[in-house]
Design a protein around this ligand. Structure first.
Ligand code: ATP
Ligand code: MG
Length: 635
C-alpha cells in the first residue's frame, strides 16, 4: 500500500522516509494504485540536473482527462464536479456533474478539432472564471493541445507577449467579464493584442456579458453555436508521460515572466496526491480555492488535482468585495464549503473590514483553511485562525511555485501541528536543502539560507518554453546539482521551515542577513498598520539600510507621523532587534502589486535607491498609478 491518504504524524514520517529512501518505488506504487493508464511506464525516473533533464514514468501512455473525468462516470457520474458560483449572488449557481462535464469537454474538444487543432498545438485561453475556462483547459488536454492560460486581468501587451512567446494558433476568450460591479471588455483587449500576433488564426468567443463586440470575419467565432452542433463523443488522444500538458507564465514579480512547461504524467500524479493529503479531501466534501485558473494554484488545485480525485470543486467568478465584504463568507455558508484555500493578500484585505461581515454567516462547515502565494504574516494568520477557522480548522500554509507544479512545503491538516508563519514540513517526496552563499549545504536545525531542492519530484517544470538555457541558468546554475527556488528560508529547532522572502530581498545590514518577511511581520503588529514592505538602499556605514513603505489602516489617521515612525521602530526592536530598525519610513496609500496580489519589490527598491529612470517591465502591475504617488513622496 502506498499510503495515499496520510492520517497521523507518525505515518507522515514513515511515508516521508520511504519516499526519500526509495523514491522510485514510492512513486511507482502511488501511480499504480490511483490512476488509469493506457500503458504503464518502462522506467519510473531518470534525471540529470546538469542538463537539466528530468523524466518521470517514461514510456507510459495516458490522457489526463480520462483520469479527471471518464473514470468517475461509473461511480460519481451524478456528483457535482464543478460548482460554479457567479459574480452576482442573485444569479443561480451551476452544478456541473461529472457526466455533464464529460459531454461538455468532449463537445469543446470536437470544436477545437474542427479548427484543425491537434496534438502539440498551443492554444491561448483568456477567459474569466466561468465554466468555459475549466472546460476549455480540459478540452485542450483531451486532444493533446498545449494550453497556455493567461489571467484575464492582464493588459493587451502582456497578452500579446505571451501569445507570441509560445506561438499560439488560437485564442479562446469571451465577449467580456464581470468583476464586482464592473464589466471588462475582454474581447476588445484580445482585438488589441492580436494586432501584434499574426500567428493566431482563429478566436473562439464565449458569450458572458452580452455586450456589443467586434467580430472579425473569418477569424472570430461565437462558441455556443459550434458547441451545440458538435458531437459529445471525442476519443482522448493518447499522450506520452512526458508530453507537455500546458505552459504557464510565472506571475512576474521579479522580472520578465517565464513560460513554464509542465508534463503530463508526473504533474497528474503529484497534484492529485498533494490535493488529497493537503486538504484531507473526503468523498462528500465541497472544496473551494479562490485563486484564478490563470495562476498555477488554479491549474493544480481548482482543475486537475481536485478532478483527478473526483472532488467537487467550486469556481467563483467574482471578487471578495462584491456586493460587500461578506461575499466569501456567504459562499462558504451557501455551499457548505469544507476546505477553503486563499491568499494572504485577500485575508489582509478582509481583515481590515468589520467583523459584522463574518458574524452574519455560518462558517461551521469549514474543516481546513489554506494559504498560498506569499508569506502569511503573523497577524493575518491569527485573524484567519480565530475568526474564520474559529480555532478548530487547521491552516495549511502551503509554499510552492509555478515552477514546482504542486505544493512543496506544507502542514498536513490534523497531522502536522501548525505554527504561525511556518509552512512547516516538506511534503512527501520533497527534499529541501538550505544553502550558504558559498554553495555549501547548511545542515542541522536553527539555521537559515537559500532554499533548494535536492531531488526531482514528479510535477517539476521541465523547461521554459523555447528557452532551455534560461531554465538551466535560472534554476540549476546557482547551486551544483540542485534546483534553486529563489527563496530564502529558515529551519527552526524542530525542522519546520519558514519562508523568509525572496533571496533578492534578503538585505545585508551591517553584516547581518535580514529577511523581509519577519520585519514586515513585526511592523504589521502595530495597530495602525495595514500592510508594509521593506527594501534595502545603500548606506555608507552599514552597507545597506532599510527603507519601509507603510500603508495605514485608516487613511484619515491623524496621529503624528514621526511618532508612528518611532513606534514602528520600537516594535521592530522588540521583535527582531535594533539592527532591523528602519532608516526611512514612507507612508503610502498603496503598494505596487502584481495581478496575483504580490508586492513588486524591485520597483520599491529602485525608488528607495533613487534610481527611477528605468523601472523595468511593469506590464503585470495591478495598480500602476500608485508608483507615481510613491515616487512623488519618496524620502
Ligand atoms: P516570478 O517568478 O515571475 O517573479 P512569482 O515568483 O511571483 O513570479 P509564482 O510562481 O506565482 O510567481 O510565485 C511563487 C513564489 O511565491 C514563491 O517563490 C514564493 O516567493 C512565494 N510564495 C508562494 N507561497 C508561499 C508561502 N506559502 N509562503 C511564502 N512565500 C510563498
Ligand atoms: Mg518566482
Amino acid at each position: 500500500m502506498s499510503n495515499y491518504h496520510i492520517k497521523h504524524l507518525e505515518e507522515y514520517y514513515q511515508v516521508y522516509r520511504k519516499s526519500i529512501r526509495e523514491p522510485e518505488n514510492f512513486w511507482e506504487e502511488v501511480a499504480e494504485e490511483h490512476f488509469i493508464w493506457r500503458k504503464k511506464w518502462d522506467n519510473v525516473l531518470s534525471w540529470d540536473f546538469t542538463k537539466p533533464e528530468v523524466k518521470w514514468f517514461e514510456g507510459a501512455k495516458l490522457n489526463i482527462t480520462e483520469n479527471c473525468i471518464d473514470r468517475h462516470l461509473a461511480t460519481r457520474g451524478d456528483k457535482t464536479a464543478i460548482l460554479f458560483e457567479p459574480n452576482n449572488p442573485s444569479e443561480l449557481p451551476e452544478h456541473i456533474t461529472y457526466k455533464e462535464l464529460h459531454k461538455r469537454v468532449n463537445k469543446f474538444a470536437n470544436v477545437l478539432k474542427s479548427f484543425g487543432i491537434s496534438k502539440g498545438d498551443r492554444i491561448c485561453i483568456y477567459l474569466p472564471m466561468i465554466p468555459e475556462l475549466a472546460i476549455s483547459v480540459l478540452a485542450c488536454a483531451r486532444i493533446g493541445a498545449i494550453h497556455s492560460v493567461v489571467f484575464a486581468g492582464f493588459s493587451s501587451t502582456a497578452l500579446s507577449t505571451r501569445i507570441n512567446d509560445s506561438d499560439c494558433k488560437m485564442v479562446i476568450t469571451s465577449d467580456g467579464s464581470y468583476r464586482g460591479a464592473k464589466t471588462i471588455d475582454l474581447k476588445g483587449i484580445v482585438d488589441d493584442a492580436l494586432e501584434n500576433c499574426k500567428g493566431v488564426k482563429s478566436v473562439l468567443v464565449a458569450k458572458r456579458i452580452c455586450s456589443e463586440i467586434n467580430m472579425t470575419l473569418g477569424r472570430d467565432h461565437w462558441l455556443q453555436p459550434l458547441l451545440d452542433e458538435a458531437s459529445d463523443d471525442c476519443k482522448a488522444e493518447i499522450m506520452d508521460a512526458e508530453d507537455p500538458l500546458f505552459i504557464l507564465y510565472t506571475s512576474g514579480s521579479t522580472g520578465k515572466p517565464k513560460g513554464m512547461v509542465h508534463s503530463t504524467a508526473g504533474y497528474m500524479v503529484y497534484t492529485a496526491y498533494t490535493f488529497k493529503n493537503v486538504f484531507q479531501y473526503r468523498e462528500t466534501d465541497v472544496y473551494w480555492c479562490t485563486a484564478d485558473i490563470g495562476w498555477i494554484t488554479g491549474h493544480s488545485y481548482i482543475v486537475y488535482g481536485p478532478l483527478v480525485n473526483g472532488a467537487t470543486t467550486v469556481m467563483f467568478e467574482g471578487v471578495p468585495s462584491y456586493p460587500n465584504f461578506g461575499r466569501f463568507w456567504q459562499i462558504i455558508e451557501k455551499h457548505k464549503v469544507n476546505q477553503f484555500y486563499t491568499a494572504p493578500t485577500a485575508i489582509r484585505a478582509l481583515a481590515k473590514e468589520g467583523m459584522e461581515f463574518i458574524e452574519k454567516h455560518d462558517l461551521s462547515s469549514l474543516k481546513v483553511l489554506g494559504s498560498v502565494g506569499e508569506p502569511i504574516n503573523e497577524e493575518a494568520w491569527h485573524w484567519y485562525n480565530d475568526n474564520i477557522g474559529k480555532k478548530k480548522s487547521p491552516i495549511v500554509d502551503t509554499w510552492w511555485q509555478t515552477e514546482t507544479g504542486g505544493i512543496m512545503i506544507t502542514p498536513i491538516p490534523f497531522v502536522t501541528p501548525t505554527k504561525p508563519t511556518y509552512a512547516t514540513l516538506p511534503f512527501i517526496g520533497i527534499q529541501p536543502a538550505l544553502m550558504d552563499e558559498n554553495g555549501k549545504e547548511i545542515k542541522g536545525n536553527q539555521v537559515d539560507g537559500r532554499l533548494c531542492i535536492k531531488f526531482p519530484w514528479p510535477s517539476m517544470a521541465r523547461t521554459i518554453w523555447g528557452n532551455h538555457e534560461r531554465y538551466r541558468d535560472t534554476y540549476f546554475s546557482a547551486f551544483e546539482n540542485k534546483y534553486f527556488t529563489g527563496d530564502g528560508a529558515l529551519r527552526d529547532e524542530v525542522g519546520y521551515y519558514r519562508i523568509t522572502g525572496r533571496v533578492d530581498d534578503v538585505i545585508i545590514v551591517s553584516g547581518h542577513n535580514l529577511g523581509t518577511a519577519p520585519i514586515e511581520d513585526a511592523i504589521n503588529e502595530h495597530p495602525a498598520v495595514a500592510e508594509s514592505a521593506i527594501v534595502g538602499f545603500p548606506h555608507d556605514i552599514k552597507g545597506n539600510a532599510l527603507y519601509g513603505y507603510v500603508i495605514l489602516k485608516d487613511v484619515g489617521e491623524t496621529r503624528d507621523h514621526n511618532n508612528l515612525r518611532k513606534e514602528i521602530n520600537q516594535i521592530i526592536t522588540e521583535h527582531i532587534g535594533p539592527i532591523a530598525k528602519l532608516d526611512k519610513i514612507q507612508f503610502t496609500s498603496g503598494l505596487p502589486k502584481t495581478r496575483s496580489g504580490k508586492i513588486m519589490r524591485r520597483i520599491l527598491r529602485k525608488i528607495a535607491c533613487k534610481d527611477t529612470s528605468n523601472l523595468g517591465d511593469t506590464s503585470t502591475l495591478l495598480n500602476p498609478e500608485v508608483v507615481q504617488e510613491i515616487m512623488d513622496n519618496a524620502l
